[in-house]
Design a protein around this ligand. Sequence first.
Ligand SMILES: *[C@@H]1O[C@H](CO)[C@@H](O)[C@H](O)[C@H]1NC(C)=O
Ligand SMILES: *[C@@H]1O[C@H](CO)[C@@H](O)[C@H](O)[C@H]1NC(C)=O
Length: 442
Amino acid sequence: MRWLAPTLTAAAALAGTATCAVLAGDSISPRQTTPIPSSCPGVTATSKYKLEAATGWKYTLLATGLSKPRSLLFDTEGHLLVLEAGKGLTAHTLGANGCISSSKTVIQMNQLNHGLALSPDGKTVYVSAAPTAWAYDYDAKAMTATNQRVVVKGMNPGGHNSRTLAMPPNNPNLLIVSLGSAGNIDHPSVKKETGRAIVKVFDLSKAPTGGWDYNTQGWYLGYGLRNEIALVFDGNNEVWGVENSGDDLTRKVGTSSTDIHINNPAEELNYLGDPSKSNEQWYGYPTCWTVGDPSVIKDKQFKIGDQIVIAPNSTFDDASCAANSMPPRLTFQAHSAPIDGKFDKGFANMYVSLHGSWNRQPATGYKVVEIPFTRLNNSRYDPVAARDNVKGYSEILSTQGEASCSQNTCLRPTGIVWHPDSSRMYVGSDGSVGEIYVLYKG
Ligand SMILES: *[C@@H]1O[C@H](CO)[C@@H](O)[C@H](O)[C@H]1NC(C)=O
Ligand SMILES: *[C@@H]1O[C@H](CO)[C@@H](O)[C@H](O)[C@H]1NC(C)=O
């Protein structure tokens, strides 16, 4: 199935430049080809929840009935690649109306559960299961993946089994792999050599036969990271991580114990930096937790974004966190479960999917948010909001009645990808029904 054939008319109607390109015999870039659909024939929601887009935003249900879509990407021919957990990798062709005109299973492997990355040239695809990450040669025209080989092996089994994969847009040799903790509070992971609660980088150009060993090889891109599910590149190809933090926390001081879990610890947006360099900075887990709501911590005054221990003692207390741990750059509402993030074209905003809580009443998350970014005068990208600002982001797509949401009754946003023409985002949802939405300004 060719990408170009059915879309010439639409492309020509959209832009004069597309017509010129056709006459000149050039191939049409996917960025000129499909309109944003306002509805897709035959695609009707079977889920019962109602969504709400912020002013200036619209959404369209693109697909339903998928097997837990977790990660989304576009290939070089403009096919939407979807990592469907429990099934494998699928490729979807967008037709002249912007809806899916055909779908194909590229890799059938039910142990694939989250990770998906594509080399900058689009010719190698990377996927992961809990213990292993694989590479395949990818043919975007044929939508086939062949020549499977292991690139990273020996990843520890644990409570968190997703292995997010990311490849810097400017470096086809580096594969970044995130591995979360074995449980809520994984004490041994305070040592990065456990191979958990870390992000690591592997140089695939030097990979030994049979792949790199996760625990003993590669270099760190931070440790003490409880579950860094999203790895997001900014305009300098530096990495930001979004972290799912802990559940059921209690602050114990002396004999007094306070349940602080409703709004603590905050979920985190962490600056991890340049992946070509080793980052051996400790980000605090499993000892230092980020304050989301200081008002319930009565024994001391903290600001949002400060890091504290849950039980200070004479050898390690809150001041030890301040001295030793790298706090997040920005926080998210506790338990909102950030899953993926992508910047827009100009790196003015990062968009993050908040998968939704289980450990909080009222429920929270089940939405997509926008975080305004700016460029500092040292050329680094940075959120506009200060660390202690709870309004560092705004909702752009949310579930109505979020407070009573459960994991089977609401939008559960997962992977986010921009269309190559930057006009719209595609957002997966892996609740009771696997869905993909198109989200756009309008
Ligand atoms: C003191 O607190 C630290 C950090 O929470 C912990 O690792 C350590 O075991 C504690 N020490 C004692 C004696 O309880
Ligand atoms: C550049 O950043 C530094 C440090 O934040 C600040 O002191 C300085 O005023 C900034 N300069 C300009 C021109 O914004």
